[in-house]
Design a protein around this ligand. Structure first.
Ligand SMILES: Nc1ncnc2c1ncn2[C@@H]1O[C@H](COP(=O)(O)OP(=O)(O)OP(=O)(O)O)[C@@H](O)[C@H]1O
Length: 209
């Protein structure tokens, strides 16, 4: 789905070759500052490489319509964005961004249930805790139903046990879709991914293999 060749970006990333296959789950791991979020932003078209190429479904990413691309490859940022309004509003707004028709309350409630968010659709989203907001944002991107999910530490605010359960449930639900996920948990990466890629902080002239 994505193929990267001889990419470089500032002093942050150098990637000789990397591929993310369609329908597969890839985890990106590595020390803080290694460039995991930067790479995810590149795949989402939020940042452009200084050199090298990224293709998406065989087409050069830089030549694609970014609005359309971000609807197909949806990114969940490390700090989840919560909009003013209810839990329902926050779930449905993603569908609006994607220009997809809204879904009914039953589907919204199901989404809340599988990410274990025990809240009413009418509750004010601002009142949720940090970990609840993170799960709400994850449910929002799930409901958008894109081809590809780019997830930046989607469960970092949760305790270990809950984190693993949410990742497992999410991946079950989106089976067949492409998932590229940054995680700080080597255990989750090994257990739930088809491919694990470790990024290292760049010492000059060293490549990510
Ligand atoms: N806009 C920017 N301009 C310059 N440097 C940046 C920018 N954004 C991030 N960096 C730097 O790039 C490096 C990689 O950052 P990035 O957030 O991609 O790392 P990360 O692997 O996701 O780290 P973490 O696990 O801590 O989230 C860091 O040294 C960071 O300070």
């Amino acid at each position: 789905m994505f193929v990267i060749k001889t990419l470089s970006y500032k002093e942050i990333l150098y990637i000789k070759e990397m591929e993310f296959e369609e329908g597969k789950v890839t985890s990106l791991i590595g020390e803080s500052g290694a460039g995991k979020s930067t790479l995810l932003k590149m795949l989402n078209g939020l940042l452009s490489p200084d050199k090298g190429s990224i293709t998406y479904k065989g087409k050069e990413l830089s030549e694609l319509n970014f609005i359309q691309h971000r609807r197909e490859a949806v990114m969940l940022a490390q700090q989840p964005v919560i909009f003013e309004g209810s839990v329902r509003d926050n779930l449905l707004i993603g569908r609006k961004f994607s220009e997809k028709p809204p879904v009914d309350d039953q589907m919204l409630t199901e989404a809340l249930s599988f990410i274990k968010l025990d809240k009413d659709l009418d509750d004010d989203a601002e009142d949720l805790s940090g970990g609840e907001k993170q799960r709400l944002a994850l449910a929002r991107v799930y409901i958008m139903d894109p081809d590809c999910y780019l997830l930046d530490e989607p469960t970092s605010a949760l305790d270990e046990g809950t984190e693993e359960e949410i990742v497992r449930r999410f991946l079950e639900k989106v089976k067949g879709k492409t998932v590229i996920m940054v995680t700080h948990s080597n255990e989750i990466a090994e257990k739930y991914s088809d491919q694990v890629i470790t990024l290292h902080k760049l010492a000059k002239d060293h490549a990510h293999e």
